[in-house]
Design a protein around this ligand. Sequence first.
Ligand code: CAA
Length: 257
Amino acid sequence: MAYELIIVETEGRVGRITLNRPKALNALNSDLINEINAALDAFEADRAIGAVVITGSEKSFAAGADIKQMANLQYPDAYLDDFITSWDRIARFRKPIVAAVAGFALGGGCEMAMMCDFIIAADNAQFGQPEIKLGVMPGAGGTQRLTKAIGKAKAMDLCLTGRMMGAEEAERSGLVARVVPLAELLPTAMKAAADIAGFSLPAAMMTKEAVNRAFETTLAEGLRFERRIFHSMFATADQKEGMNAFAEKRKAEFTHR
Ligand code: CAA
């Protein structure tokens, strides 16, 4: 597929998607979402890809859903076309995916970052759910994922006032895994993704699946789920290689099987 609104690259076992709609601060219109979904489909199908980084520009990760495209949307079309549901592709991506966020991550941009497995933020990052200012509310998971990430008090504050939260506050609140200087954002995110992609792919994917289960189920069920997957890992060649390499004091060479 030829991409016009994103740049798709690979570096070793890491795939990178760069949102590239600078004139609209990477506002997310349906063409941009379709391109992201196509790139994710390709990365998911490619056994040579072990992790993905999604990023924007230095000024804006993504300034939200495209307000101009949405402005005249009518309820029947929103319902019949299941508006926003196609955005879930990122949340359903099975391999590890890191959001590298600089500048604005607002509305759907913040929601998109939260669909990733973790966020590394530049020190100029600004997160927010300003939909209230437009007469609506978050529609791509903001009321749910933000609340699970940072708790009721701050989620209510952000969703009801529409204020922006800087990178420091976002890290303190648990939304962001790490904050780095802007110039180090991409190298840091790519290094994290390369480290992950260097581990056993089945182990990384199963780890992701198990952590995500914590958001869906009770502790007892989650622990049972974890134990079952953990047991299954003893069927992989990578488990034998990882543990034998440790005993033999050498670096493991995973075959991702
Ligand atoms: N949709 C469409 N266009 C957008 C946009 C958006 N979300 N955000 C920015 N743009 C466009 C602007 O219209 C402007 O285009 P023109 O030059 O053609 O006028 C261009 O990007 C640059 O924007 P600004 O001139 O506004 O830049 P700024 O630096 O002064 O302000 C900003 C930056 C604070 C991010 C401001 O653009 C802004 O508030 N954007 C809207 C943020 C927002 O409300 N996001 C939520 C959208 S709703 C949503 O996401 C629903 C959901 O949950 C799925």
